[in-house]
Design a protein around this ligand. Structure first.
Ligand code: ADP
Ligand code: MG
Length: 267
């Protein structure tokens, strides 16, 4: 059974999509079967990995509303171990359409159920809000990772998110593991970045991933080419960081590093 992992934070621009794409891709590179679920109507995870849906093509919206079969929506990526359920603007409509349906927070859980035995990990890129979509993602998930930008309000943002996730765990999904925060856009030359890193580590300890993701221009460029960082520039610092993150992710889950596929980083 796949572990379902939400990448979520109510704030936009903190690196959710960048993390979803590149963590999913890195895990696939290490030999894990992975499904990336684009669950943001903006569809950035889809376009960022080279999937641009044409008018009329089925998306995750159709799975959610039970108007398409899995095989009509599922797409392959450039990595044979990584598939994607793409999204497009339609998904915004689901918010409104599902509002009066009983069990509206369980729609994604149901949509993913038949896919769970096909993958090791299912990574969900959440929209930047605490909407019904994010709620669906958190209810479907076994764990949640929260990217946090290294900035002044980072602590507050993380505290707020952990609080919300705890409530969801209490009321709707007792199996939800609040896996932790992930620092993104870290710049070791900036005092502020280092202060935030130190504070967050001090306060949250094991609840923060030890691998911060550096601010790296290549990570910002890759999506416009529809490529993960591992296709766009596998030798850059951003790629090395996401590979380290994937290894930390697996180690936290008790996966023996010796069983992983060897990845050579070009120099
Ligand atoms: P979110 O999904 O949380 O809104 P994104 O992943 O789309 O955030 O990131 C917001 C912007 O910052 C994007 O333009 C992205 O390319 C850029 N970005 C994300 N992570 C990094 C990073 N580590 N270094 C530089 N730019 C980044
Ligand atoms: Mg995003």
């Amino acid at each position: 059974m796949a572990e379902i992992v939400s990448i979520a934070n109510q704030k936009g621009g903190v690196g959710k999509t960048t993390t979803s794409i590149n963590l999913a891709y890195a895990l696939a590179t290490l030999g894990q079967e992975v499904l990336l679920v684009d669950f943001d109507p903006q569809g950035n995870a889809s376009s960022g990995i080279g999937i641009n849906l044409k008018d009329g093509e089925k998306s995750v919206y159709h799975l959610l509303t039970k108007t398409a079969k899995v095989e009509e929506v599922l797409k392959r990526t450039s990595n044979e171990m990584l598939d994607i359920l793409p999204a497009c603007k339609d998904l915004a409509g689901a918010e409104v359409e599902l509002v009066n349906i009983e069990g509206r927070e369980n729609m994604l859980t149901q949509a993913l159920a038949p896919l769970q035995n096909m993958y090791k990990y299912i990574i969900i890129d959440c929209p930047p809000s605490l909407s019904l979509l994010t709620l669906n993602a958190m209810v479907a998930s076994n764990s949640v990772i929260t990217p946090i930008q290294c900035e002044y309000y980072a602590m507050e943002g993380l505290a707020h998110f952990i609080n919300t996730a705890s409530k969801i765990k209490q009321v709707l999904n007792p199996k939800l593991n609040i896996d932790g925060g992930l620092l993104t856009m870290y710049d070791s030359r900036m005092n502020l970045s280092n202060q935030v890193l130190e504070e967050i580590n001090k306060f949250y300890g094991d609840r923060v991933y030890k691998t911060p993701i550096p601010r790296n221009i290549r990570l910002a460029e890759a999506p416009s080419f529809g490529q993960s960082i591992f296709d766009y520039d596998p030798a850059c610092r951003g790629a090395a960081a996401y590979l380290d993150l994937a290894k930390e992710f697996l180690t936290r889950r008790g996966v023996d590093a010796a069983t992983l596929k060897e990845v050579k980083i070009p120099t």
